[in-house]
Ligand binder design. Structure first.
Ligand code: NI
Length: 258
């Protein structure tokens, strides 16, 4: 069976964590042998590292503060995350970025905390995981100014245009697709997914959110990344197993599979 890497999950989420052993089993049965669980604030970052340590064969961790949570961050949060990031199971810093769709934190605070976390990730030698919602121009500018792509990184659940994808890839970022690629109205993501060079593509669930078709509306979990991957294979007119192999290889290059 093809080996699939779900590069973005939130296994600490209260809808998933109580059933984590079952969820990891489902993943294994679907060929999803590697999962990154992603931090959104201090607590979930800590929990992500603990989960990765508890299931070392199948789960790796990222630590970071999501743009929504930046207003509530403790003053020393980035320093503490920097220490946490030294744990062996940490493979990336994230998710970090800008969210102008919900604006849960003021935009200037989001931007300041993004810059701080890019600097910390660079010092830690880690790739970064970018969350960008309705903030395309600002995020590209900040990543350029801060040289955010020096250790590589990924735009998770990419929602930009092909023009933007090219800019991101030029800065060293890979492009990751999630469940929305399978939705009927996904015109632009489908267009982009058909054009991104093969070695820049990643897949993810962002579970418990963004459940792909045909399960849209139900709870998402890593096993369901296979539906996004099959849609991607269909868009690119490629064999599923070959695409699984290539996207896993891409993820391994970025996150350093051990
Ligand atoms: Ni996420």
């Amino acid at each position: 069976m093809a080996t699939v890497y779900d590069t973005h999950a939130h296994l600490d989420d209260k809808q998933l964590y109580p059933d984590i052993e079952q969820i990891l089993q489902h993943a294994k049965e679907a060929g999803v042998t590697r999962i990154n669980t992603i931090g959104c604030d201090w607590k979930s970052s800590l929990m992500s590292v603990r989960i990765a340590e508890k299931y070392p064969q199948q789960v790796w961790a990222a630590v970071g503060v999501h743009p929504h949570e930046t207003e509530r961050m403790a003053a020393d949060c980035v320093e503490r995350l920097f220490e946490l990031a030294k744990a062996e199971k940490v493979v990336a810093w994230g998710e970090i970025g800008l969210d102008y769709y919900r604006d849960h934190s003021p935009r200037d605070v989001q931007q300041r905390r993004l810059r701080e976390q890019i600097a910390a990730a660079k010092e830690a030698g880690l790739p970064i995981i970018i969350h960008d919602r309705d903030a395309h121009a600002d995020i590209v500018n900040i990543l350029k100014e801060e040289h955010g792509g020096v250790n590589g990184g990924v735009f998770h659940c990419f929602s930009g245009s092909w023009e933007m994808a090219k800019q991101c890839m030029n800065m060293g970022f890979r492009i990751s697709f999630a469940g929305p690629l399978t939705y009927k109205n996904a015109r632009i993501p489908v267009e982009v997914a058909g054009q991104v060079p093969l070695d820049y593509l990643l897949v993810e669930t962002d579970c418990p959110y963004l459940t792909p078709e045909p399960y849209r509306g139900k709870l998402n979990e890593p096993a369901r990344v296979v539906y996004t991957l099959s849609r991607l294979a269909e868009i690119r007119r490629m064999d599923y197993d070959l695409l699984a192999l290539q996207t896993t290889e891409n993820a391994c290059q970025l996150f350093g599979c051990k």
